[in-house]
Design a protein around this ligand. Structure first.
Ligand SMILES: *[C@@H]1O[C@H](CO)[C@@H](O)[C@H](O)[C@H]1NC(C)=O
Ligand SMILES: *[C@@H]1O[C@H](CO)[C@@H](O)[C@H](O)[C@H]1NC(C)=O
Ligand SMILES: *[C@@H]1O[C@H](CO)[C@@H](O)[C@H](O)[C@H]1NC(C)=O
Ligand SMILES: *[C@@H]1O[C@H](CO)[C@@H](O)[C@H](O)[C@H]1NC(C)=O
Ligand SMILES: *[C@@H]1O[C@H](CO)[C@@H](O)[C@H](O)[C@H]1NC(C)=O
Length: 425
């Protein structure tokens, strides 16, 4: 019984093969008939050819599969013309942000502030057992109000500004940075957009530096402004970025916009690194800032004004000098191990600067009337800033997956599946 069924199956399989090779369109298969119609040698020859081809196909598909799982990419650079562009955020700091009138005129105050200035090397050691420091509150925790009180209010001394020819239009807010209290234009999202470009449009302003109020500055020995043009989502270190504008100058800042788009995992965005796009609000600089802050918070149990304090309390002046600053320098020397992956998409702004003497001798008189200040004061204290897009173009650097053989094969198959079916059967 079982023998009979076996024979039947054999017969059926043989019959099916015969049927198949008679009707199939696959090359060479119809020549393999095991000597039924043609000499056996011929079958053998075609079988070899067929097996070789099949082997080659398997080899190709395997290599393609291996290459497929390496996720090869290519990077393209293109230029896009826009009808309108988001205007970047602009952060501006007076190089000397402290207001002298707010500090007690005492040698011991000067010793302390020299100790946290760029000339800290030359400062004498603060004698903390001197009761002066206790009565002046150097051991008390501080709040943002203290920062606002003892800083020059730069925002009051932006004497004039306009955006796309609209006076006093673009919003700005005081922000605390590593250089002290600064101002930031256009920080809200969504950011202000512009449809205009060129040297007379976009953001223009006059700023009064109030150099007579100077007190020990944080990082610099010169006077002027520090300006950083950046994306709204970035956290900027004013000391690491941007450019300085000297007093008595008119600075023209030409901006061009660059976008970078990298592929999320499993693709490799930066050589052996992947990028992070899961959290849409994620920014590498924010992550670094938090990592830095948490480390300092751990070391000193307080942070300086450049960070956002979770409790709203900041280092006392004593802690700032004795713990925060030394730890901060330590990090700069040693580096800090933050696991902050790169973000997959970001925008950068390139700037090109040119300067003129501000104001011209001839225009000085009219400006003195307009600003209600003496000519001498204007010559020493004023800066004119113009920040503008050169054009409304964006240079986009984009990583793209390579079109791979396997994908092409499946695309072709999808396109021509009916043809293949008809051929095969
Ligand atoms: C520090 O101040 C205290 C109190 O004024 C004084 O007695 C002491 O001599 C000072 N120490 C130094 C090193 O100046
Ligand atoms: C410095 O403080 C004095 C006194 O409060 C104030 O009149 C002056 O406007 C301040 N200067 C700046 C640049 O904020
Ligand atoms: C991003 O952050 C803003 C405010 O910081 C918040 O309103 C918004 O919901 C966040 N978006 C996402 C996707 O988390
Ligand atoms: C940073 O972390 C990595 C892995 O977490 C470790 O291999 C490396 O030694 C660390 N570097 C420093 C300076 O701590
Ligand atoms: C110009 O400034 C002076 C003092 O600096 C003031 O008395 C005067 O009122 C001001 N004039 C105008 C038009 O604001």
């Amino acid at each position: 019984m079982s023998d009979k069924t076996g024979k039947q199956e054999n017969l059926t399989a043989g019959k099916i093969w015969e049927d198949f090779i008679e009707t199939t369109g696959f090359h060479a298969v119809n020549k393999i008939d095991f000597g039924k119609k043609h000499p056996p040698g011929r079958s053998l020859f075609w079988m070899c050819i067929w097996l070789l081809s099949a082997g080659y196909l398997i080899f190709t598909v395997t290599t393609e599969l291996i290459s497929y799982y390496k996720y090869p990419t290519t990077t393209t650079v293109s230029v896009k013309n826009n009808d309108e562009l988001d205007f970047p955020a602009v952060t501006i700091c007076n190089l000397a942000t402290r207001n002298r009138s707010m500090f007690a005129e005492d040698e011991r105050t000067d010793i302390y502030y020299l100790g946290i200035s760029a000339l800290y090397d030359t400062a004498a050691k603060v004698n903390w057992s001197d009761p002066f420091y206790t009565t002046e509150g150097y051991f008390n925790e501080r709040t943002l109000d203290d920062l606002y009180m003892e800083s020059k209010s730069l925002s009051n001394f932006i004497t004039f500004h306009k955006f796309d020819l609209k006076p006093f239009y673009l919003k700005y807010t005081p922000v605390s940075t590593d250089l002290g209290l600064c101002v930031r234009f256009n920080m809200d999202s969504p950011p202000e957009k512009t449809v205009m470009h060129g040297g007379v449009y976009n953001l223009q302003m006059y700023i009064d530096l109030r150099l007579d109020d100077d007190y020990f500055a944080a990082t610099y020995l010169s006077s002027g402004l520090k300006v950083v043009v950046h994306d709204q989502s970035e956290v900027v270190m004013m000391a690491n970025d941007g450019f300085v504008v000297p007093p008595a100058s008119e600075a023209l800042i030409e901006i061009s916009r660059k976008e970078y788009k990298y592929l999320p995992p499993p693709f490799r965005a930066f050589e052996d690194d992947t990028c992070d796009d899961k959290r849409s609000n994620y920014s590498t600089s924010k992550c670094h800032q938090c990592c830095l802050r948490d480390y300092l918070l751990q070391q000193c149990s307080c942070v300086g004004f450049m960070f956002n304090s979770p409790t709203g309390k900041y280092c006392s002046q004593e802690r700032y000098l004795e713990c925060f600053i030394p730890e901060f320098w330590n990090i700069l020397k040693k580096g800090l191990n933050c696991s902050c992956p790169f973000q997959c998409q970001y925008t950068e702004y390139d700037t090109k600067l040119s300067f003129g003497l501000f104001p011209s001798t001839f225009m000085l008189k009219s400006l003195a009337t307009m600003l209600n200040e003496t000519e001498d004061y204007i010559k020493n204290n004023f800066i004119s800033l113009t920040l503008f897009y050169k054009d409304l173009k964006t240079t986009i650097t984009e990583q793209k997956p390579c079109m791979r053989m396997l994908e092409m094969f499946f695309l072709m198959l999808a396109d021509k599946w009916d043809y293949f079916l008809v051929q095969a059967f």
